[in-house]
Structures are given as structure tokens and as C-alpha cells.
Design a protein around this ligand. Structure first.
Ligand code: BGC
Length: 708
């Protein structure tokens, strides 16, 4: 930052009282404290509010700029997959569903459009993206991740951040991104939300830090600390993660916000502080700049500075970080940014939403039944998630936050799977519907009706899955099997002998080996957003040629979890005596209506730059898109390294009967590891390169190179 701007911020800081400075560190939850208290906080100079929209936010801003030092407030919101807390906004597929597209360009666009909608509501900041990995699928927040792989998560996360923030934070249509939850949150033991992360720092840096590093490189303005702990230390109290690693090693220059009530939790949940003063001291010294919701921090921090226990410079540094971002946004000169309200839910955003939904449906099994033939005249759509927009949306919309509102009337436009299939069906096709059963067994379950309908059809589309009560914070699952009478419903439909297409609409992979084996086709549409139902219908009808690939593995059984493709090698094959070593579906898998053949794998090496090329031939009669994946394996390394690790991917459109050649530029740093001294290094020696259509060995071609 130039000296003038620095001086300007320093001048503001110098004029602030201690009370005003500490207030600047506070982020107040409007949805909890209500209007009156929020206005009082705005007068005191609170730095930020969360969960407040539109005119309520504008009123707070007016109050803030006419009080104290007149510093504008930042408004934060969980616009996780679109600005979903606003019922009129565009609700995109969940982050996990978006990840199935492996399409950074579209995800960047999604970020840009979400930013416009958030900004149109008078807000500045989204708590997104989530860069935790989805390795332990028992965890309730798998839907918020980009899946199990750090490389994919880093690429897609960086794209999303660029979309939210653009090149210039002064642009009123862009908003701040927030890389969260820093760090290791998804690794909580047993998949139990906000519990301890049993891990060494070496591994934390090796596997879980890279997506956050990419976030810093993408210019992410804010980071959010995780709820959990590592080696007996809550992340909120960790100078090592916040100062040494984040600011020191990664060079982060934005500000850090705690997660919800993290400071109080040091007392009430994690028991490393006896009272709010001790907790405040720990959190402030560790490097948290903004404090979400723990209001006791305010009095405690002031008292600590007054009595000489906490240096005022610690507070100053935090406030400088916050003011610097406000300055970079141009907020200090222009606190009320004007962005057209018409952006919210506009046609352009809906069009992108449809594309993303289409690109996020993963076809995983197809025994010559899809796309449906023209002689299919009667489709029975059955199952609990066939016509349930809440399940299709998943977490973080106006149905779930700030408080659950299951009774809320869903706002159009949207299409459930049933509606999508009806829309896509020709005039001479009859589409019938029976729910069959609920996701949780209910009195209204009516399997007989569903069986009758199936018998009277040419083909059944069975839509199973989970419900929003089974996804999100505090909703971890010990058992990932389908709940209620869903398996029984499948068995009964199967008995009819009708052709059966099973669709999973859920927040995460569920265990459904028998169901997949017994279905003629199987496709996954994680929470697909407004047009998730159209997207499923488009794939079934053949209007869209599926191109998505799994960003996460499907376990065969809950006992296999955590299961991910890039495990460290073990001795005994990694299998159980009652289950195979492999998951039901592996990272990277996904079918197309085209057929692709990989040819001419070649590598040329020049100094530290390596060019890998491969040609993909479409040997079918249908134009299609393939996601070419490059993995590597370090043959001998000083610490154990994964059996394979994704390092590049590219989505290529290949017309029928044609070939497309792809080139990947690789560098030594792509083959790096974190050694026992916790340093990232590239080691010389042999490296196996693998290229193909998924992480499964049988889908990969191999070649070996030597790194000097
Ligand atoms: C979640 C965060 C979220 C915050 C604000 C917390 O409970 O862990 O991801 O951004 O609430 O809503």
C-alpha cells in the first residue's frame, strides 16, 4: 500500500479512543441482538455486523457514519452458494455440487454474480469459500467443501475468490471473500463438528494448507478461524497458525475474523480460559482481528489494556488490518455503495445457474438405458427427494439461516426433479409421481402407491437422498446409510422388474452399494440449487451430455470412512476382511454419453519445466466434454507421500469423431512435499506421472520421469 494511504489510516487510528478501537474489532450478529442493540453498537463504532440485509443494513450504516469517528461498517453474510439468505436471490448448486463441474471459469462467474447480488443488498463480504477438505464424510458440512482433494479445492477456491473480489475491491459490485475455516476443521476426529483435529503440523501443512495458500495468492481479503483445536490448542488461540504460518509463511495481509462465538468457546467449550478476560487475552494475542459475536470481548479487552495486561499495540494492529481493508474497498470515502437491486435473481444470473447445474450432475452408471429412448412413453418419478426443493437446496438458504424456517414458501423460479422431468417430456409422454416414503419414516409413507405407479410405467426414476435436517453444523452422521424406508422402497420397486434409474439428491455421498448395483443407471445431483431438477432431467433426456466428475469418493459402507484416493501407502492392501479396499466410486469418476480414448502420452523435459501432452479422442457419435486429470506419485521420498496426487486437470470439449490434444506445463514445485522440518521442498528422483479420466488405476496411463 502506498505511503499516503498508510498515513491516512494511521491518522484515523490515532484519533480513535481505546473503546472505539476495540469496537472496531467487534462483529455483531444482527439476527441475535435485534435492531435496537445493533443501532447502539453502530453508535459505539462496531466494525462489522453479520446476518442483516437491505434497508436494515443501510440504517446501521447511516448510524455508523454519523457517530464517533464515522468509520463505515462492513456487512458480512453467508452467501455460500449464492446469496441464499435472501429469498429472491439466485441459489446456485452447493459448493460440493459446483466442484463436480471441475470448471474454475464458471465458478469464477458464479462468484462474480453472487457478489453483485450481495452488494445490491448493501453488503460487502461473504463468508465463502470453504477450503476445508471433505475427507470424513460423516462430517455435517461436507456439502460446503469442494470435496476431498486439496489441489482441486485450491483451484476452485481461488476461482471463486477472484469472482467475488475481482481485481479491484473498490468496484462496488465486488465483495470481500473469506477463506474458511482456517484450518483443519474438516479433520475433526470422528467427523464430529468442531472437535479436535488429531494431526501433526507437518501433515497439516502438507495436505491442508495448500488451498489456503492459493487463497492468499488469489488476494483473499479475509480468513476465518476454525472452531476446533490441534495438539491441545484451540485454533482461535493459536499464534502458530495465525501469525507464524498465515502471516509469516503465507504472507497474508488481510484481516482474520473468528468463527461464531469462538472467544467465548475458549471458556465454555474448550476450557483453556477461566473467564472472558483470559479468553480475550488469548484470542487477541494469537492474531484474531475481528471477533464474531463474543460480545464480552469488548469490555474484557478494554479492561485488559487499562490494567496493562494486554498491550494496546495488539489492538492497534488488529484495527489497522481492518481499516486497511475498508480503505482498499474505498469504503472510507464511499460508505453507501450503490448497486442495482435488479441484479438480485436476474436472468443473466439464472442462465449461469442453469449451466452450472447441468455441469454438476455426475453420471456414474449407465447400462445402456440413458439417454432415454424415444419409445419410453410412461415415466414414473418416485421417491422422497423427487419433489422437495428444500432437500435440493441443502444448507445455507432462507430455509435454514439465520434460523430454520421449514414452513417458508419457496420462491420461484426453481424446478424439482419431478418438475424438470415434466418440462423435458414430450407431449406424448406421461409422467406420474409418488413420493413412496419420506427421508425419515413417516405416517404418510405409501410404498404401495409407488409400486402401483412403477408397475404402470416404462421406466422408473427413483430419487433418494437426505434432508436438510441431516446436513450442516452439528448434523454429523455416524451412519451414512439411506434413512427411513428408502431402501425398502428401492427393494419394492426393484421387484417390479421395471428399468430403474436411481438419482441421489443429497448433501454428500451416502452408502448405497446395493442400490447402485440393482439400478440400470445411477446419477448424483448433490444440492443442485434452483435448476438442479432441470439438470437431472436434461441428462436423463439426453439434452445435456453429462461431463461432471466426482470431487469426492463414495464409500461402500460407513465403516470405510474416511476414504479418499490420495491415501498414504499401507502394507496390507488397506482392505477390511468384510469390505474391499476400494470405495464404491472413486474421486474423478464420471461418465459421458461420448466415449473417450486417451492416446499419445508424451513428456518433454527442459530444465525445471516439463511439458506433458496427451490426446483425447472422442470415438463416439456424440460431441462431449472430458475432464483430463493428471496425477503423480513420488517413487521414493524422505517422508511417505500419497499413492497418487492430482496436480493438473482440464476440461476439454471434443466433437464426435475428433481428437483434442492437451498440454500441461509442470514444474518441480508440483512434486513437492513437506519434510520433517515442516519445510516444503522438491526432492530429486523418479516421479510417476499418470493421466486419464479418473483416479482409478484402470483409468490412468503412466510414464516415469526423473527430477534433477
Ligand atoms: C459457521 C461459519 C459461518 C458463521 C456465520 C458459523 O457457525 O461455522 O461458517 O460463516 O457461522 O454465520
Amino acid at each position: 500500500m502506498d505511503t499516503n494511504k498508510k498515513n491516512k489510516i494511521k491518522e484515523i487510528l490515532d484519533k480513535m479512543s481505546l473503546e472505539q478501537k476495540v469496537a472496531q474489532m467487534m462483529q455483531i450478529p444482527y439476527s441475535v441482538v435485534g435492531r435496537e442493540k445493533a443501532l447502539e453498537w453502530a453508535e459505539k463504532g462496531a466494525g462489522s455486523f453479520l446476518h442483516v440485509l437491505g434497508d436494515n443494513a443501510r440504517e446501521l450504516q447511516e448510524t455508523a457514519i454519523h457517530s464517533g469517528q464515522g468509520i463505515p461498517v462492513l456487512f458480512g453474510i453467508d452467501a455460500i452458494h449464492g446469496h441464499g439468505l435472501n429469498e429472491n436471490a439466485t441459489i446456485f448448486p452447493s459448493q460440493l455440487a459446483l466442484a463436480c463441474s471441475w470448471n474454475p471459469e464458471l465458478i469464477e462467474q458464479m462468484g462474480k454474480m453472487t457478489a453483485r447480488e450481495v452488494a445490491a443488498d448493501g453488503l460487502h463480504w461473504t463468508f465463502s469459500p470453504v477450503l476445508c477438505l471433505g475427507r470424513d464424510t460423516r462430517w455435517g458440512r461436507i456439502d460446503e467443501t469442494f470435496g476431498e482433494d486439496a489441489y482441486l479445492a485450491g483451484e476452485l477456491g481461488a476461482a471463486m475468490i477472484k469472482g467475488y473480489q475481482g481485481d479491484d475491491l473498490r468496484n462496488p459490485e465486488r465483495i470481500l471473500a473469506c477463506a474458511k475455516h482456517y484450518i483443519g476443521y474438516g479433520e475433526a476426529v470422528g467427523g464430529r463438528d468442531a472437535c479436535d483435529t488429531e494431526m501433526t503440523y507437518r501433515k497439516l501443512k502438507d495436505v491442508f494448507l495448500p488451498p489456503f495458500q492459493k487463497a492468499v495468492e488469489a488476494g483473499c481479503a479475509t480468513f476465518m478461524t476454525a472452531y476446533g483445536s490441534i495438539d491441545g490448542e484451540p485454533f482461535t488461540a493459536s499464534e502458530k497458525t495465525l501469525k507464524e504460518i498465515l502471516r509469516g509463511e503465507l504472507g497474508f495481509d488481510g484481516f482474520v475474523v473468528t468463527d461464531w462465538d469462538n472467544v467465548n468457546s475458549l471458556v465454555s467449550n474448550q476450557h483453556v480460559a477461566a473467564d472472558s478476560k483470559e479468553a480475550t487475552l488469548l484470542a487477541a494475542k494469537a492474531g484474531n482481528d475481528m471477533i464474531m459475536t463474543s460480545e464480552a470481548f469488548y469490555e474484557a479487552a478494554i479492561a485488559l489494556v487499562r490494567e496493562g495486561t494486554l498491550a494496546e499495540t495488539v489492538i492497534d494492529e488488529a484495527v489497522l488490518h481492518i481499516l486497511t481493508i475498508k480503505e482498499r474497498m474505498g469504503l472510507l470515502e464511499c460508505p453507501q455503495r450503490k448497486v442495482p437491486a435488479e441484479y438480485i435473481g436476474c436472468e443473466e444470473h439464472l442462465a449461469l445457474n442453469r449451466r452450472l447445474a447441468d455441469e454438476s450432475v455426475v453420471l456414474l452408471k449407465n447400462e445402456e438405458i440413458l439417454p432415454l429412448a424415444a419409445n419410453v412413453k410412461k415415466i414414473a418419478v418416485i421417491g422422497p427427494n423427487a419433489d422437495d426443493i428444500r432437500a435440493q437446496y441443502g444448507d445455507w438458504t432462507y430455509f435454514t439461516h439465520p434460523d430454520p424456517h421449514p414452513e417458508h414458501e419457496p420462491m420461484r423460479p426453481y424446478a424439482t426433479v419431478l418438475e424438470g422431468i415434466k418440462e423435458a417430456a414430450g407431449a406424448d409422454v406421461t409422467v406420474s409421481y409418488a413420493k413412496g416414503c419420506a427421508v425419515k419414516a413417516a405416517d404418510e409413507d405409501n410404498l404401495e402407491e409407488a409400486v402401483r405407479m412403477a408397475k404402470d410405467s416404462d421406466v422408473v426414476v427413483l430419487v433418494l437422498g437426505d434432508m436438510i435436517e441431516q446436513a450442516g453444523e452439528t448434523k454429523d452422521r455416524a451412519d451414512l446409510a439411506l434413512t427411513g424406508r428408502q431402501v425398502e422402497l428401492f427393494d419394492r420397486i426393484k421387484e417390479t422388474g421395471k428399468k430403474l434409474i436411481t438419482v441421489l439428491v443429497s448433501s454428500k455421498p451416502l452408502c448405497m452399494t446395493k442400490i447402485v448395483e440393482g439400478s440400470d443407471a445411477f446419477l448424483v445431483s448433490f444440492n443442485g440449487g434452483m435448476f438442479g431438477g432441470n439438470a437431472v432431467a436434461n441428462v436423463i433426456s439426453g439434452k445435456v451430455n453429462p461431463s461432471a466428475k466426482l470431487p469426492i469418493s463414495f464409500p461402500r459402507h460407513s465403516g470405510q470412512v474416511p476414504i479418499y484416493y490420495n491415501s498414504l501407502p499401507g502394507w496390507h492392501g488397506g482392505k477390511y476382511c468384510d469390505l474391499p479396499a476400494e470405495p464404491l466410486f472413486t474421486f474423478g469418476q464420471g461418465l459421458s454419453y461420448s466415449r473417450f480414448v486417451y492416446r499419445d502420452l508424451a513428456v518433454t523435459q527442459k530444465k525445471d519445466q516439463l511439458t506433458l501432452s496427451v490426446c483425447v479422442e472422442n470415438v463416439s457419435e456424440r460431441d462431449g466434454e472430458e475432464i483430463v486429470q493428471v496425477y503423480f506419485h513420488d517413487v521414493v521420498s524422505s517422508v511417505m507421500t500419497p499413492v497418487k496426487q492430482l496436480i493438473r486437470f482440464e476440461k476439454v470439449a471434443v466433437p464426435a469423431g475428433m481428437s483434442k490434444c492437451v498440454q500441461f506445463i509442470l514444474r518441480d514445485s508440483d512434486f513437492s512435499l513437506v519434510n520433517r522440518q515442516e519445510q516444503r521442498v522438491s526432492e530429486p528422483g523418479e516421479v510417476e506421472l499418470m493421466v486419464g479420466s479418473s483416479a482409478r488405476d484402470e483409468d490412468l496411463q503412466k510414464t516415469t520421469i526423473t527430477i534433477a
